[in-house]
Design a protein around this ligand. Structure first.
Ligand SMILES: N[C@@H](CCC(=O)N[C@@H](CS)C(=O)NCC(=O)O)C(=O)O
Length: 203
């Protein structure tokens, strides 16, 4: 059975695992189900996306799905096999998956997109707190990509985690402004956005 990647395409984590499949050259079927839909809850009782199905294996958690795709199929390795090089890539994946995601996605992008009052206006309490912390985060990320890619000089799975978040954060004003003040990050985003894996996962 073909690999199935299930989840709404605007989710950063859905885009991450689709980018991994694209980078590997693994054919997959993308099913654009919403979080908490019956289709998703059949695999993940908490309703979070992405979820994956392949040959009787049901899987949740973007990190687990990305590693499964990277190791179960042929194609370029997205995490190096040498332990110290792998440690660096894994460190960046987890920093992005936890700390960066919490700040720039959950407490900024998701608040803008979904936290509205009864008149449809964005509720800014959490956003305003986060905006104060964005410059430090962008400075940290700008330094982290100084060698060309996240944590190093070659493309890896860590970039598949970061780039969808950068695409999202720039769609709101303070994210755009912080990006404009981060020259390494701007060049990095432009470089990775040229890859087919990014272009093919826009919708
Ligand atoms: N730890 C999970 C987090 C997944 C996650 O937060 N997914 C978001 C979409 S990007 C979601 O399903 N949100 C629905 C909700 O918060 O109710 C992973 O890495 O896959």
């Amino acid at each position: 059975m073909a690999l199935e990647i299930i989840g709404f395409p605007r989710s950063n984590f859905v885009r991450t695992v689709r980018m991994v499949a694209e980078e590997k050259g693994v054919p997959y079927e993308h099913i654009a189900a919403m979080p908490h839909s019956d289709e998703v809850k059949a695999i993940n009782p908490f309703g979070y996306i992405p979820v994956m199905r392949h040959d009787g294996l049901d899987l949740v958690e973007s990190y687990a799905i990305a590693h499964y795709i990277d190791t179960a199929f042929d194609g370029p390795a997205l995490v190096p096999t040498e332990p110290r090089a792998a440690a660096v890539v894994n460190r960046w994946i987890m920093t992005v998956n936890t700390t960066v995601d919490q700040m720039i996605m959950r407490k900024y992008v998701v608040e803008y997109a979904f936290h509205k009052d009864k008149d449809g206006n964005v509720v800014r309490d959490v956003i305003d707190q986060t905006v104060k912390r964005l410059p430090k985060m962008f400075k940290f990320l700008d330094a982290a990509v100084a060698d060309g890619y996240l944590g190093g000089d070659s493309f890896s799975m860590a970039d598949c985690f970061l780039v969808p978040m950068l695409a999202g954060v720039q769609t709101f004003p303070e994210g755009k402004e912080n990006m404009a003040n981060s020259p390494n990050l701007q060049a990095y985003f432009a470089r990775v956005a040229e890859r087919d894996s990014f272009k093919n996962t826009a919708s």
